[in-house]
Design a protein around this ligand. Structure first.
Ligand code: SF4
Ligand code: SF4
Length: 386
């Protein structure tokens, strides 16, 4: 999913990408502008509640089945296996290191595809024009991942991961865990298969430990060995301690479930109602132009106007200025904006009948084809002499 998602496009944009150039987040066909990022904050809160709920019920399913550290560790398992052999085979070892290098290069590139499209990245790579920002980002990510997969691997979970350190408060006595069934201790033949396969290097027979990522490799190791004796595995999944009755409807689970539903619902409602104006206008008096009076007695002012088309359609805007007293014309009075375009316009306004001055307020409007109008108030200065 991580490698494939950047190639999926919805409504002409990546299914999930933060576009660095325009500071916009494209997510599942919608586009969030920077001033709508409160939705991302709410979504983060919702994901946190769901994460807590899942952890309390099913334990470390994230660690064992979804975490990139675990999955990339599995993809490069050949390296750990070859190193564990008493007599290493140089050709196999070289192949395993090559796999680590390839996985590091591909997955670090894929991380960048969530910021620039994979088509742009690959096109620039082929042309040799990746540039310093993309090039260095790829190099730093790739080397970091290579060192991690080559030398750190599962020990990251046991020593560094902050989520692992939180496990003490994210579990209770009924959470799903991988555990050794001590009631059948006499059946263990002490073959150490469960210890050898453990990526974090622990012995599950010593009881539940913070280092256990619930990958269940020890279950897979023990099951075929005990099967030879016609017995079920000694290491297995249990809700709580082996022999306990599963208790799913616990107060903490119900509270976290309710909080998750509320947070997800709140995020959806906020996202639906975050509907921004498709047009944005800001205007200020231009310091580059001194207000003046023409020979015909008309007062001339100028403004720096910033227009932004936040929609997906091309817009032709009509600009107009209405002073509280008198009449005014502007130049230019029509502006075309491509979808997503931000344009600065130097607007000259000529007015008559403004009164005695020295300043009159005026309303600048930009009107789109559907009648959508945005407004900004600006001052008109009246010079005393031509
Ligand atoms: S004890 Fe078993 S489930 Fe836990 S990390 Fe080791 S192999 Fe995985
Ligand atoms: S794999 Fe099973 S039988 Fe072998 S040491 Fe581990 S728990 Fe005992």
């Amino acid at each position: 999913m991580f490698l494939g998602l950047p190639f999926v496009t919805l409504r002409g944009q990546s299914a999930l990408r933060f576009d660095v150039g325009s500071l916009k987040l494209h997510v599942l066909g919608a586009t969030l502008w920077m001033d709508e990022f409160f939705v991302v904050l709410l979504a983060t809160l919702a994901v946190s509640f769901v994460f807590l709920f899942v952890t309390f019920v099913w334990g470390r399913v994230w660690c064992g089945w979804s975490c990139p550290q675990t999955i990339l560790g599995d993809l490069t398992q050949a390296l750990a296996s070859e190193r564990a052999r008493k007599r290493r085979r140089p050709a196999r070892l070289a192949l395993a290191w090559g796999t680590v290098a390839m996985v590091s290069a591909v997955f670090s590139a894929a991380t960048l595809w969530y910021f620039v499209t994979p088509w742009e990245f690959l096109g620039r790579l082929v042309e040799g024009s990746l540039g310093p920002v993309l090039g260095w980002s790829w190099a730093v990510l790739g080397v970091t991942l290579f060192l991690d997969l080559g030398f750190v691997r599962g020990s990251f979970c046991a020593t560094t991961c902050p989520y692992a350190k939180l496990q003490g408060v994210l579990f209770d006595r009924a959470t799903l865990v991988v555990a050794y069934d001590e009631r059948r201790d006499a059946e263990c033949i002490d073959c150490l298969a469960c210890v050898r396969v453990c990526p974090t290097g622990i012995d599950i027979r010593d009881g539940l430990q913070a280092e256990c990522i619930a990958c269940a490799q020890c279950v897979d190791a023990c099951a075929p060995i005990l099967a030879k004796f016609g017995k079920p595995t000694l290491v297995d999944y249990f809700f709580g301690a082996p022999g306990d009755r599963p208790r799913l409807l616990r107060p903490v689970v119900l509270a976290l479930g309710a909080a998750s539903i509320l947070a997800v619902g709140g995020t959806v409602v906020a996202a639906v109602h975050a509907g921004r104006e498709s047009l944005d206008l800001t205007a200020s008096f231009s310091s580059r132009f001194v207000p003046r009076m023409g020979p015909d007695g008309r007062v001339v002012n100028a403004y720096d106007v910033a227009l932004e088309n936040r929609g997906r359609q091309k817009l032709t805007l009509t600009l107009a200025l209405a002073p509280v007293q008198g009449r005014a014309t502007v130049s230019p009075d029509r502006v075309e904006l491509a979808p997503g375009e931000h344009r600065k316009v130097f607007l000259v306004a000529s007015a008559s009948g403004l009164g005695a001055g020295p300043v009159v307020q005026a309303l600048l409007t930009a009107t789109g084809p559907g009648g959508d109008t945005v407004r900004a108030q600006v001052p008109m200065f009246l010079p005393r002499t031509p």
